[in-house]
Ligand binder design. Structure first.
Ligand code: NDP
Length: 320
């Protein structure tokens, strides 16, 4: 049987590991599809020579492009140069090699963080991506994501490819980065809660707890990325987010984490003197729902319980 190869860049991270879990068990091998998961150790994708070498080695038919320099608020603020220039290089090299090596389908992963900071009418839709500047705190990362979508569209228009950009909302799950300085909100709160419980202290959370956010469990995102690669035939960008009813306040998220960690909820302190960041960035999954109406998202409580369980079991070895 002829094997088709799916090259997953950024295959060692939060989302890559979730895809790896999904494809274990042979259902894709039976379809003649094999997966290769790359980390930066195999190739530094900032470098075009190393990127070409890895494409030559695997000659992929499909690519899921996850590799990126990713970080929370602090990293975005203090490393704007790297967040912009390294992500630009990675995206440009990967898309160029997809084109040069005749990749027939590339799923390019952007982020709802790249959306404008404010728009007149929520929810955000795919076509709002370029309608205003991103939040100043993460403009390096955001503009690199925006440019990757523009470049990908240019490849499609000029060379007739059918590559597609997806725009996931906040992702969480096993294998996340739990480093408090660097982490996104879910892994950051889980680790802070772990420490507060160990030390018998209150858990102070920056801001009022009132901002609204949408979260997608990494296993759900993995399933949606595989569907986008193999079943969605369009090239129009897709927001990958749960339904709007699943949007939660940060305070509710903190309570769920506290419950899961068996931490006294009365010890959660919201420090409203600190910045709340964006109050909302509600994104619409209407286009996804039109194409895939029956998809069931993992309820936040179940996803948080699974993530906390993984964190506790892998505390010694996880990124923290
Ligand atoms: P992680 O930080 O968990 O993983 C990043 C991956 O990129 C790792 O495999 C890392 O390899 C690889 N990588 C980083 N720099 C390079 C490089 N120079 N060359 C080759 N590989 C590199 O990220 P996530 O899994 O969270 O994110 C995956 C994608 O999803 C990213 O594009 C991100 O922007 C996007 N996204 C993430 C969201 C989130 O909340 N996490 C939300 C929306 C979108 P190594 O392990 O060797 O360092």
């Amino acid at each position: 049987m002829i094997m088709l190869t799916v090259l997953v860049t950024g295959g060692s991270g939060l989302v890559g590991k979730a895809i790896e879990r999904k494809v274990q068990g042979g259902r894709f091998l039976e379809m003649g599809i094999q997966f290769v998961f790359l980390s930066s150790k195999e190739a530094d994708l900032r470098n075009i020579t190393e990127t070409r070498q890895i494409f030559e080695q695997y000659n992929p038919t499909y690519v899921i492009h996850l590799a990126a320099r990713v970080g929370g608020l602090y990293k975005n603020l203090v490393s704007k140069v790297e967040m912009l220039s390294e992500n630009l290089s990675i995206n440009q090299n990967v898309l160029q090699c997809c084109h040069e090596f005749g990749v027939t389908r590339c799923v390019n992963v952007s982020s709802t963080c790249a959306f404008p900071n404010e728009i007149a009418n929520y929810p955000l839709k795919e076509e709002d991506m370029h309608s205003g500047p991103p939040h100043p705190s993460n403009e390096g990362y955001a503009y690199a994501k925006r440019v990757s979508e523009v470049l990908m569209r240019a490849y499609n228009e000029q060379y007739g490819h059918r590559y597609v950009t997806v725009i996931p909302t906040n992702v969480y799950g096993p294998h996340d980065n739990f480093d408090i300085e660097d982490a996104h909100v879910v892994p950051g709160l889980i680790h802070k809660c772990y420490k507060a419980k160990l030390q018998g202290t209150n858990l102070t959370i920056c801001g009022s707890g009132k901002p609204l956010r949408q979260f997608i469990f990494s296993d759900d995102l993995a399933e949606l990325l595989l569907w986008t690669l193999l079943q969605y035939t369009g090239s129009d960008s897709l927001i990958l987010a749960p339904d709007r009813v699943d949007e939660v306040m940060i305070s509710d998220l903190a309570c769920l984490i506290a419950q899961s960690m068996k931490f006294d909820e009365d010890r959660l302190i919201f420090d409203a003197s600190q910045s709340d960041g964006q109050l909302r960035k509600t994104a619409s999954n209407e286009r996804l729902r039109k194409n895939l109406p029956g998809f069931t998202f993992t309820p936040l409580k179940l996803g948080i319980d699974a993530t906390v369980k993984w964190f506790l079991e892998n505390y010694e070895s996880c990124r923290r």
